[in-house]
Design a binder for this molecule. Structure first.
Ligand code: WT7
Length: 635
């Protein structure tokens, strides 16, 4: 895939778009934020219910451990549910869900809140307390956001593990988070097939003994093993008196949380094999996520909004669960694959539910594009007003198809750049922003982004460099759970006083940012973030493998695909089918998304004299490109 700037030119928004947009003075807002950052965010924070007001908006006394809304007391769930239930929104739809097989469930704000209350009571009665960690590993069904909200409501810290991950990825995340409770499903449906989530949990728990309770939602009905005294069915618990108050009401008191109390942790891949748990909080995250969603996706009371991500990733946390509920929005969620049973499924859902705002990823666009325009053209997509993109740079061909075939050249595309760590959009258009296809345009008001060289000095317009962020923002990660040193070293040490994103970028003469890609050992596969080290350690856990190296190479649909090179243990002879066996092994340990495209058995890997694998050399060789500076290579 070539992400050149092939589609030149500027696509200005229509006058109607600008006129009706919530924000049509972006530059004014940016100037206000520049003049007084704290006042700017304070104004946004006033949109929410706080049990106690903050005494200080931003505490910068101990960088990079910033604190927002110091002294403030709130709970994000109070603002997502409780306050809406006390208003006319009580009967407004919060969530519309459709299963892969076409079954539908809907939740009003009242119904969603009731379910969350009852499940929160269940968790409390099982001994889950403020600050405890709970791992959630489920398919894309309503009980996933319900479980997240129930945890947050009682002050527990959720750690959602994407349902596409597998045994070792799950085990590592449960163990690192020290969760006592795991919430899962018997299985989930994807592409007409069952993913055996409960069986994967069982296998993961054999490798760690800290988990006391497993709560299982019945989704597929396939037989699963339920361990006596450890495993409970969700529905059975919800039918017990423990799901209600002493007087039998389906209510639950929302825990009062300090603004800086942790809301969730979410594991993401970095440069070492150990995934890091990014920690987000109740107060700042709430303010950052809601403000960005409202202004960028221009969410009005009557809108129907669909973000196709999985709640198991940050996009789902911020812009499926918390953001939309904070704004009192009606969201749509779909369980399954975009091509099930045919490649028109998404387009048919847009038509069926009258979706106004549609947010997806370039890899999905590229994947659906190859089936041709006839599929979307069978559907009336005229309800759409705004489109969005996230996860990787969107290439010109995909941008044009999305813009013309899906948006009928009427709907601006919000190409939002952000990260698990940032929690919220950082560089993004707004409906009023003239678009340059492939560019995420400009920093959100209050965000200061810059492209710098090795020494942290700003480079000239048009030149490539490292993307950094120079001022704190409310939804920023607060630390890496249990590893503050790694937080400092990973993000704040390379360029003192600046947050290093791990991305390279260019800024053009108009101040538009063009993201190029990761400069660390992170591979973006179909927009999913995977660490080379995690894939390598999965390979090395196979009895035949001594050493492994994984790299990403360009791929038409996935953006990047994983290629791995392995050295076998001495005495092991390569045999027919071994590479496939190794691919399957990575799939079993990490999950299908991490399964390498191709595995090559080699006798040697290019290494530095200090023994570090030179992945860039492997990458260059695989693509027949110049190998660059080889002075440190030992071969
Ligand atoms: C990395 C963060 C944030 C939600 C999903 C990804 C890449 C993300 C864009 C975009 C170009 C993008 C970056 C970033 N990325 N959005 N609009 N244009 N690149 O979250 O898994 O933490 O990955 O995704 O490389 O650093 P994540």
């Amino acid at each position: 895939m070539v992400t050149d700037q092939g589609l030149r030119g500027i696509f200005p928004p229509s006058p109607e778009t600008v006129e009706s947009a919530i924000v049509n003075n972006r530059d004014v807002l940016a100037r206000m934020a520049d003049q007084d950052l704290q006042r700017f965010w304070e104004d946004q924070a006033k949109e929410f219910v706080w049990f106690e007001p903050w005494t200080k908006v931003l505490d910068e006394s101990n960088p990079p451990f910033y604190k927002w809304f110091v002294g403030g007391v709130t709970n994000i769930v109070y603002n997502c549910l409780d306050r809406h239930v006390q208003s006319w929104r009580r009967n407004k739809l919060a969530l519309i869900w459709e299963s892969e097989s076409g079954e539908q469930r809907t939740f009003s704000y009242h119904a969603l809140s009731r379910e969350v209350c009852m499940f929160a009571n269940v968790l409390r009665s099982m001994g889950v307390r403020k600050g405890d960690r709970v791992t959630i590993y489920m398919g894309r069904i309503p009980e996933l956001p319900i479980a997240m909200l129930a945890c947050a409501k009682i002050g527990a810290v959720h750690s959602v593990v994407y349902g596409g991950f597998s045994v070792e990825a799950l085990h590592g995340r449960i163990e690192d988070s020290r969760s006592n409770v795991v919430i899962t499903c018997d299985g989930s449906f994807m592409n007409g097939k069952i993913v055996e989530l409960k069986a994967i949990v069982d296998e993961a728990l054999k490798r760690c003994a800290t988990v006391e309770h497993v709560i299982v939602v019945k989704r597929t009905g396939q037989p699963v093993v339920m361990e006596n005294g450890r495993d409970y069915w969700y529905t059975e618990l919800m039918n017990l008196p423990i799901a209600r108050t002493a007087s039998g009401a389906s209510r639950c008191e929302t825990e009062e949380m300090d603004a800086e109390d942790p809301l969730f942790m979410l594991y993401t891949s970095g440069t070492t094999g150990k995934p890091k748990a990014i920690l987000h909080t109740h107060g700042g995250y709430m303010v950052g996520v809601a403000t960005t969603l409202k202004w960028v996706f221009d969410i009005k009371e009557e809108d129907r909004y669909w973000c196709t991500a999985d709640p198991g990733w940050i996009t789902g946390h911020s812009y499926i669960v918390y953001g939309p509920l904070l704004l009192g929005t009606t969201s749509f969620m779909y369980e399954g694959a975009p091509t099930y049973p045919y490649p028109n499924r998404w387009w048919s859902l847009i038509e069926k539910y009258g979706i106004n705002i549609f947010y997806t990823a370039p890899t999905a666009i590229r994947g659906l594009m190859r089936f041709g325009e006839a599929w979307p053209n069978r559907h009336d997509l005229s309800s759409l007003r705004l489109l969005g993109s996230v996860g990787e740079p969107i290439n010109p061909e995909a941008w044009r198809w999305y813009y013309e075939v899906i948006g009928k050249s009427r709907c601006p595309i919000m190409d939002t750049w952000w990260q698990t760590e940032t929690g919220m959009f950082m560089i993004t258009p707004m409906p009023e922003t003239p678009l340059k296809p492939g560019s995420a345009s400009k920093p959100f008001p209050g965000i200061e982004a810059q492209v710098v060289d090795e020494n942290g000095k700003a480079v000239a317009a048009g030149e490539e460099g490292y993307l950094v962020l120079k001022r704190p923002w409310p939804a920023m990660l607060r630390t890496i759970y249990n590893d503050p040193d790694r937080y400092v070293n990973q993000y704040w040490a390379r360029f003192p006083g600046m947050y290093f994103t791990g991305d390279s970028a260019r800024r053009d003469e108009d101040g538009y940012f063009w993201i190029i890609g990761r400069v660390d050992d992170v591979i973006k596969v179909s927009g999913y973030r995977l660490g080379t080290a995690e894939i390598e350690s999965a390979l090395v856990s196979h009895p035949t493998v001594a050493e492994a190296a994984a790299i990403g190479l360009p791929h038409d649909i996935k953006g990047n695909a994983i290629y791995a090179y392995v050295i076998l243990r001495s005495g092991v002879e390569p045999y027919e089918g071994l590479p496939d066996e190794l691919r399957a092994h990575v799939g079993h340990e990490m999950g299908p998304i991490a399964r390498p495209e191709k595995i090559t058995i080699v006798n040697q890997l290019p290494k530095t004299r200090s023994g570090k694998i030179m992945r860039r050399v492997l990458k260059a060789r695989a693509q027949d490109l110049p190998e660059g500076d080889l002075t440190t290579l030992e071969e």
